[in-house]
Each structure stands twice: as C-alpha cells, then as structure tokens.
Design a binder for this molecule. Sequence first.
Ligand SMILES: [Mn+2]
Length: 322
Amino acid sequence: MRCIITHGDLDGLTAAAILVDVLNQKGEKSVLLIAQPFTLANVLSRASSFENLSKLYIIDVGLDPATWEQTKRHLAKIRLKADIIWIDHHRATLKKIEELSKLGISLIYSIDGSAASIVKHVYLEKTSNPDFFSKLAFIGEIGDKVREAEDEETAKLAEILGSSLSADSDDDDFKIRLIQLWVKEQKFYDEEVEKRARQAKERLQELIKEAKNRVIFDGERLVLIDFRGVPARGYIGKVASDYTNKTGKVVIVIFNSGPTETVATCRVPPTLNVNALNLLMKIAYKLGGSGGGHPKACSIRVPTARINTLRRELEKLDRVMH
Ligand SMILES: [Mn+2]
C-alpha cells in the first residue's frame, strides 16, 4: 500500500493528484493525508501504523526544524518497512539533505520550481491524461507563484481553486475530495468548489477592509497589521499580499494560532530586494520559536508570551530593510 502525505495548498494538492493518477494506472491503492510542516510528525505517526505500507511519498511539506527530532524518529520507524520519497522545493528540507540520505530517504528537489513542477517533470507522461494533468500542474505552479497564468481561463481556474481552499482552511476532507475530483472526473471544479470560492471572496474583501483599521506600525518600508482576535485563518497570506501590492511595502500580519502561539506572516513586494525569511528566522530563534517559507513569503511562530518583544523586533526591521 502507498501513502501520500501532501501539503494542503494548491501546489501540494495538484502535485498529489498527478501522483495518485499515475499510481492508479499501475493498479496501486494509495491513501492520502494532508500535513503542514509543523504537523508532519503527527501525520507520520498515523502513517506508521498502516499495515502493508510499502511506499511513502511526502509532497510539498517543508521540513520544520523545530519538530525535526520527533519527525526523524517517525521517519526512521517507517523506513524499516517502506521506501520514502520526499518531493519538495523548500530550502529548509534541502538543508537536511545529509540526514535524509542517512535515513535512506530519496529527496527530489527543485530550486526554482514548485512541487507541481517536479511531479509534472517526473510523472506527466505516465498519467492517464497528460493534457489535463499538465494544466492542473500549471495551476499548482500559479498557486505557489513560480509561474504566471498565460491566458484568462487558466487565471480564472487558479483563482477559483485557490479561493475555495481558503473558505475553511482546516477542512482536510474537502482537500482530499478535490484531489479525487481531479483524478476520477478529470474536472477542474464542481459546484461545491464554486460555492466555497464565492464565500471566500466575500470574506477576503471584509478582511482586506479590516486590515486598514488594524495597522499598528507604518514605517518607511514596513507595515505591521495586528489580526489577533480576528477569525482570519486561511486568509492571512492573501490579506498580507493585497496590502503589499497596494503599498509597495513589506507587510507582516500578526495573529494567534492557538492559546500559546503567535504567528507573524510576511510578504515582500517583488520590487524590494529583502530576504524576509532570514530576518524573521533570526527573530524566531531568539524568541524560542520556529518558522519557514521563502525569502519573499514566510511565517514564524513564537510563544504568545513573547508578543511584546516580537513586536519590537519586527518594528526594528524597518531600519534594516534597505
Ligand atoms: Mn509548494
């Protein structure tokens, strides 16, 4: 039996769909699970209990240094009975390549593409419908901003699918249904997707308006938005991107992701040459937190008790970003 653990964003889901189709062609059954970097250890612990597991794929889940020791133990246990292939494009994963290879895990990595780019490159010709799945991979690449839509139809598809995932970002069952829709019906979306996309667009517009009222720092290069107490899960990145596009400044949105954890999500405008990932990770380590992402789009998580220091350290970045 095969297990695929994938990230629940457009890139991860489209990449997983291609792989599921290829495994179906071979008559292989596959179980799908959704993970985020900091939930991977828990999801692996579920996967390790599957009987007859012979191959595990991890797709688009960046390695989380904060939970790595725990993750590594589960990987070692699974490795005793199954092959493990990790398909990824996050730098944090590449940094541990030696440890991964010692564990006997194969890493398929791309520097400039996304997970969908890698899976397309490796598996597209083996799918049942290369035309459909190549379009699907393109949508995944648009979702991760490694490519831009070349026509209106593709842009619209990426928009509807991307929005539908925001409406209830914890709903992993919907994400798995979406993969099944792509694989079984080879249809990009259905009524449920449209409905969710519509709801998400309305909610996003409300939150974009709300963001203006919640600016707590507006510097020369940097804006801080405080979304603590605002129910905005699944929309934070979009609100930050929107504000970045409108102002041309680096935007950081702070919110609570649980009773003890505060998250700072950052977006950098394409015009600014700022490596926010490096700057924010330094703050995360200093405050006993963790984080990940890309130089122009990243997040850190720190203990809520350190919120005042977090805010001070983030404001200081305005002077560093030149
Ligand atoms: Mn990705």
